[in-house]
Design a protein around this ligand. Structure first.
Ligand code: NAD
Length: 380
């Protein structure tokens, strides 16, 4: 492993904090990638990492991803994430959760935690006894399970992608292959079916498959067959890295749009999709409904407001795809550009506010100190 500071420099993190609590056995890392847009928010992943370097790599990568996700969703939030090095099935104890809650509290609101792999809504409820900075619980003011909103956002984005792929405006009769019908996949099937889409589904878990077949008249294929089925849209809602040199040649769809995080195994895979004429909806832009849902707790949860914000994923996907077309870039590049522009603008405003504030203070206090430097663009 290169040095820790080398990694922080490469990823551009503001702060990374390591926590160790001997009594509970807590080994955790909180990564605050950016607070330029607001406090950093991101789930806590409890996972038995093979080694500490893997845990650090994961928290750095995931927290940076949250910065982009929040920026593209136009939220006043930064990107953060936490990892707890433990097996969630055998090592999760009340003491461990308490120590983690206290760790979150000690970061003083620069990081707000939520659920992720290995952490449930119930765990968040418990953690809230030890920190004010946890969202996604089910107790007072909690937004609960985010998967319905994630699915609703994906559904909106899919509708926006239709016209960019020459599939018209309506989902009536459109064939959608859904990989993974768990929490998000199930709700997405429900929205798609109500809009008249024809569903082809797969899952490694038979009970889930049976439920979707019965409720939405879906056709079932094996997990291996899902890539090559005749369909208009492929919706990955199971695992990451499923778009790669082995699967892309098999795809027959015109759109890839699903909830799974980190769908592209490599950046080149986005180019391979474009070369096949497939419209790719960048995952973190499409699946932001869950983040929008938990973030709403900060100002007091209001379901109507959340629905209206999540509906805007339609406009977000539309503008990403329009930009990709007009500028001749890949959709993931267009999404990153939108995020980076918002971050640069916010960073510029922050610096300008600071500069103006110091200047104002100097003048009102009659200080003889040198006035703060006002950024060139504002100094007119
Ligand atoms: P989930 O565990 O409830 O569902 C995933 C489903 O995929 C399960 O039913 C599982 O059996 C199935 N699956 C696993 N491997 C498979 C394979 N090889 N082939 C077919 N099916 C397979 O998870 P979820 O909450 O529905 O999340 C789905 C994806 O969306 C994940 O990648 C998650 O990170 C991402 N995501 C979820 C949310 C949310 O709100 N839950 C938000 C953003 C992103």
């Amino acid at each position: 492993m290169m040095g820790v500071f080398h990694d922080l420099d490469a990823y551009g993190h503001e702060q990374v904090v390591f926590f160790h609590d001997k009594e509970s056995g807590l080994k955790a890392i909180i990564g605050v990638h950016s607070t330029v847009l607001g406090p950093s928010l991101g789930g806590c992943r409890m996972w038995k990492y093979s080694d500490e370097a893997a845990a650090l790599r994961d928290v750095l990568r995931l927290s940076r991803g949250m910065t982009y996700k929040a920026a593209v969703a136009d939220l006043k939030l930064g990107g953060g994430k936490a990892v707890v090095i433990a097996d969630a099935r055998t090592e999760k104890t009340p003491e461990l959760l308490e120590a983690f809650g206290k760790a979150v509290e000690s970061v003083a609101g620069r990081y707000i935690t939520a659920e992720d792999v290995g952490m449930s809504v119930k765990d968040i409820d418990y953690i809230r006894n030890f920190t004010k900075h946890a969202v996604g619980g089910s107790n007072e003011g909690g937004s609960g399970d985010p998967s319905v909103m994630t699915a609703f956002g994906c559904f909106q984005g899919i509708k926006a992608a239709l016209k960019h792929a020459g599939l018209g405006e309506k989902l009536e009769g459109v064939k959608v292959a859904v990989q993974g019908v768990g929490n998000v996949g199930y709700h997405l099937c429900s929205y798609l079916s109500a809009a008249g889409a024809k569903l082809i589904i797969t899952d490694i878990y038979p009970n889930q498959v049976e439920k979707v077949v019965q409720e939405f008249d879906a056709t079932v294929v094996t997990p291996d067959q899902i890539y090559s089925v005749d369909c208009d849209i492929f919706a990955p809602c199971a695992l990451g890295a499923i778009l790669n040199e082995r699967t892309i040649p098999q795809l027959k769809c015109k759109i890839v749009a699903g909830s799974a995080n980190n769908q592209l195994e490599n950046d080149n895979d986005g180019k391979s999709l474009a070369d096949k004429g497939i419209v790719y909806c960048p995952d973190y832009a499409l699946n932001a409904g869950g983040l929008i849902n938990v973030a709403a707790e900060i100002d007091g949860y209001n379901k109507e407001l959340v629905l209206s914000k999540v509906s805007k994923i339609y406009e977000t996907i539309d503008s990403i795809l329009s930009r990709a077309e007009s500028e001749g870039v890949l959709p993931q590049e267009a999404a990153a550009q939108i995020a980076e522009q918002r971050l640069q603008k916010a960073s510029f405003i922050k610096k300008a506010e600071k500069a103006i504030g110091e200047d104002f203070l100097n003048s009102t206090l009659g200080s003889q100190t040198k006035s703060a430097k006002i950024p060139e663009k504002l100094n007119r």
